[in-house]
Design a protein around this ligand. Structure first.
Ligand code: SF4
Length: 440
């Protein structure tokens, strides 16, 4: 039995795809081993979101070749699409698979014989048709990602993703349901709907809200979560579902990027700060316990001190539970590098640090709101301090002391305290205690 290992660099969508490729390989008779262990085949799913991500990919490729000199190395993912020519010069690789053929990669592994130069399976354009995927994602984690969409038509001026992943396209509803049922049969109780621009899901007139509705009746599936979603794509229908009795978690990660309208315009974002604020106010009024996260970018060309101050102020004022902070990174082929007003690396670093500190305070504040409450936690694993931790539907990480193995169990927990990044609680045991806790 040939042995294979897989590794992902990058986003949740890449992880979802690697998990499905792993399943496809196992079905084809490969024995999957941990990345870093000796293997006949290594599949690397790459990222090209920043220069650093690409450098990390090249570094890892060289490392894989040093530690596994005889392994067949197949490289796919966003960097394989946008940087195929650069990768081709690396003799360490045997096969480069661009975005068009990514999910069929195992079909091209006819013989695991090292090649004198990388073979290239690459098309400049990427198909726009709806798609299906063979297999069911293999995850060690409690939560499973579920790819529903790919590509983006929005063309934000800083973003390379439309070039690496192509135009928007959606997965057939039947195929989503098939994989979701497969994931549940493997024990997963929560799925995270994932795509590049997930709110743009559209298949034969059906929307993301329809996908959620189609997953609701799946027995054994307790939670449906939506990954990062563009603010202009979130419909009232989706918010109604989230607000109502539903398996859809009260969780939204809605990228803001900047609080300054000139910067938003230069970024080619499809909203201005006022519209964003109105959307958040409407959403939080509908879903009071919502966990709201966002992406903030610092150092975009033209981001003056005043512009940054607006981002900071909006970040502080809106009820975010956390931010992901991204220092702007210039990408060749995008529109932003041609814009005037480059921001120095030192200023970018200072602004990023400031927002990260604010984010930490916001998370603490959000967690504090639930002290004294009973919350439902899907437990994952023990942390290094010996606490069993898991997440609530609204994305609060909760830790409890327990001798019992709580992994993959949903328990009601009374929250009694908060420390940085963790709410501390006590699992409520017994049906009557549970009822009591929930009715309080
Ligand atoms: S919405 Fe903008 S940032 Fe997001 S993937 Fe599309 S182009 Fe990139």
């Amino acid at each position: 039995m040939p042995q294979a290992s897989l590794h992902t660099i990058g986003c949740r969508l890449n992880q979802a795809e690697t998990a499905v490729l792993a399943d496809q390989l196992r079905t084809r008779g490969y024995d999957l081993v941990e990345f870093g262990q000796p293997a006949d085949l290594v599949v690397l799913n790459t990222c090209s979101v920043t220069d650093t991500a690409e450098a990390d990919c090249r570094h890892l490729i060289r490392k894989i070749r040093r530690t596994s000199p005889d392994a067949f190395l197949a490289v796919t993912g966003c960097y394989a699409q946008t940087g195929a020519e650069a990768l081709r010069k690396l003799k360490d690789i045997d096969l480069i698979v661009g975005a068009q053929h990514k999910m069929q990669l195992p079909q091209y592994l006819t013989a695991l014989k090292r090649r004198p130069a990388p073979e290239l399976l690459h098309t400049r354009t990427i198909g726009r048709d709806a798609f299906t995927m063979e297999g069911i994602g293999e995850y060690q984690e409690t939560r499973a990602n579920l790819k529903v969409q790919d590509g983006c038509n929005f063309m934000c001026s800083f973003c390379i993703i439309p070039f690496s992943r192509g135009h928007e396209r959606s997965r057939s509803m039947d195929d989503i349901l098939r994989e979701a049922e497969g994931l549940v049969s493997r024990g997963h109780r929560e799925v995270v709907l994932t795509g590049v621009n997930v709110g743009r899901y559209e298949f034969k007139g059906r929307t993301l809200a329809d996908v959620v509705r189609s997953l609701e009746p799946v027995g054994g599936l307790d939670r449906i979560r939506i990954s990062s979603i563009e603010p202009t794509t979130i419909t009232d229908e989706l918010l109604e579902l989230m607000a109502g009795p539903s398996k859809l978690c009260p969780y939204l990660h809605v990228p803001l990027q900047s609080g300054d309208d000139n910067v938003l315009k230069a970024m080619n974002r499809r909203y201005r700060s006022r519209e964003y604020v109105q959307f958040i106010e409407k959403t939080v009024a509908k879903i009071p316990d919502l966990c709201l996260g966002t992406d903030l970018m610092v150092g975009f060309p033209g981001e003056s001190n005043e512009a940054f101050a607006k981002t900071r102020a909006l970040g502080a004022d809106l009820p975010f539970a956390y931010f992901h902070v991204f220092p702007y990174s210039s990408r060749a082929g995008t529109a932003a590098p041609k814009l005037p007003g480059a921001v120095s690396a030192k200023t970018i670093k200072t602004r990023a640090r400031e927002l990260c500190e604010l984010s930490r305070a916001k998370r603490l504040h959000f967690y504090h709101r639930f002290v004294g409450s009973a919350v439902s936690v899907l437990f994952e694993a023990r942390n290094t301090q010996g606490l069993f931790t898991g997440l609530t539907g609204n994305y609060i990480r909760v830790g409890v002391t327990s001798d019992e193995d709580l992994s993959n169990q949903i328990r009601i927990v009374r929250v009694h305290g908060v420390m940085d990044g963790l709410a501390l609680g006590t699992a409520v045991s017994g049906a009557s205690a549970l009822r009591e806790s929930l009715t309080e």
